[in-house]
Each structure stands twice: as C-alpha cells, then as structure tokens.
Design a binder for this molecule. Sequence first.
Ligand code: ADP
Ligand code: MG
Length: 255
Amino acid sequence: MTFKLPDGNDVDALKNVSIDLRKGELLSILGPSGCGKSTLLNIVAGFLTPTDGQVMLNGHQVTGPGAERGMVFQQGALFEWMNVRKNIGFGPAMQGMAETQIRPRVDALLETVGLNGFANKAVYELSGGMQQRVALARCLANDPDVILMDEPLGALDALTREKMQSLILKLWKETGKTIILITHSVEEALLLGERLLVMAPRPGHIHREYQLPFADMAVDTDLRNIKKHPDFNQRREEILSMIWEMEEDIMGMKA
Ligand SMILES: Nc1ncnc2c1ncn2[C@@H]1O[C@H](COP(=O)(O)OP(=O)(O)O)[C@@H](O)[C@H]1O
Ligand SMILES: [Mg+2]
C-alpha cells in the first residue's frame, strides 16, 4: 500500500504483507506507531483499496466494506442520538430485518455482553467500557464472519480493560468468530492472540510471528493467573525488548 501525499511524495505504508487467516482464528497484531497496522485493517475492512495485491474472503475478492466483515473502533463510533437498543439493532434494521426479529436478537446480545437492562439508556449515560460493550454487540448483530478491531480497548482504564479482554475471549469462544485485533499493548497482544504478528515499519511489514497458548488457557483461567505464568513473562520481555529497539531505531532515524 503506497499513499500519495499532496506534495507528490509517496509513503510506502505496507510492503509484501501476506497473511492466511484460518476460520475461527484469533489473530493479534502488534507494532510501533506508524508501522501500518490500521492501514492493514482498513484494507481488510474494504475502507481502503490497496495499490497492489488483494484480500480474499471465502473465495471472493474484497472490493469494499461488507456486512461479513465487522469493525470495532477504539471509541466514538456509536450513534449518540440513538439509545443502546437502536445502536445494536442498527445493522439488521439497515438490512431490512423486521422489528419483531431485531428485538430478541438485541436482547440476546445485551445478555452476551453483560448489558442486561441497558437497552433504553442513551450512549452518553454509559461509561467508556460499557460503550465498547455496545460497540461489540452492534458488530455481532450483523453476524459477521470476521471481526476487525483497531485498538478497541485503547481508551479504557486498566481494570475495565482487563474485564473487556475477558469478554473478547469469551465472545471468541462462544461465537467461533474469526477475529483480528490490533493493539499497542504487549500484554494484550499475548493474551488475545492464538497467533501474534509483530509488525515493523518503513515500510510496514510482518517482522515476527508467534503461536501462543495463552488465549486458549484464558478461556477457563483467570487472566491474572496467566499474566503470572513464567512463559507469559518470558514472551512479554522478549517482545517488549523487540518493540523497544524498533522504537529506538525509529527515533534514531528521525533525529
Ligand atoms: N491516508 C493517508 N495518507 C498518507 N499517509 C498515510 C495515510 N494513512 C496512513 N498513512 C501513513 O502510513 C503509515 C502507516 O500508518 P498507520 O496504518 O496509521 O499505522 P499504525 O496504525 O500502525 O500506527 C504511516 O507512515 C502513516 O503516516
Ligand atoms: Mg493505528
């Protein structure tokens, strides 16, 4: 993916990136700022057309946004003028589903994301964590094959973030959805990835790939216990050092 800047210069945002995503896989992507994570996700979402290469889903080329790919943004993507129920039911309503069918689907999703009793609340009445629960439910309401998350928990405080990490793991296990999750947090990338891709910049590419046991472990163990696991700590240190060096490199090049 090459961006053309107004001054005529090119930015090579991504180069030679190739990923095979297995159905039902939970993939996390980590990397320093500017390494092309959002660009990659936006290409998969169909918001951006790559200057070269393609995205294939279920044998069809992606040419634009589609209901089979759902996106969860960091924040601010809910409709402030609609209550929780309307927000969650928005996709199905747009697809022409009858109100009598939408209602039970929204109720079930409220239960799934732990927001029973919040259907009639306004978005501004909810905490940041609750808003992200609504965003997850709204995404699930379209029953997408693939869920794309761009730093979905980035704006939350530590405790809320940990609860949401558990929720994402629970949703992954219960729904069997394929998920790509981008994060800045090494811990989160380790917890929320069966596979982890570490990206590096200039131009953005996949630097390292890890197969990880933690997401599976976390389905029936407390996240705290996993974070204390020696294997987890070892991986965290290894990846932190790697990213640290990358950041130093980037700073060095900028100086
Ligand atoms: N619309 C755009 N026009 C020009 N350059 C862009 C655009 N979007 C992203 N870039 C550049 O592409 C690179 C990757 O950006 P991005 O995908 O946002 O990185 P990340 O999400 O990893 O922080 C950066 O150098 C960024 O400045
Ligand atoms: Mg980004």
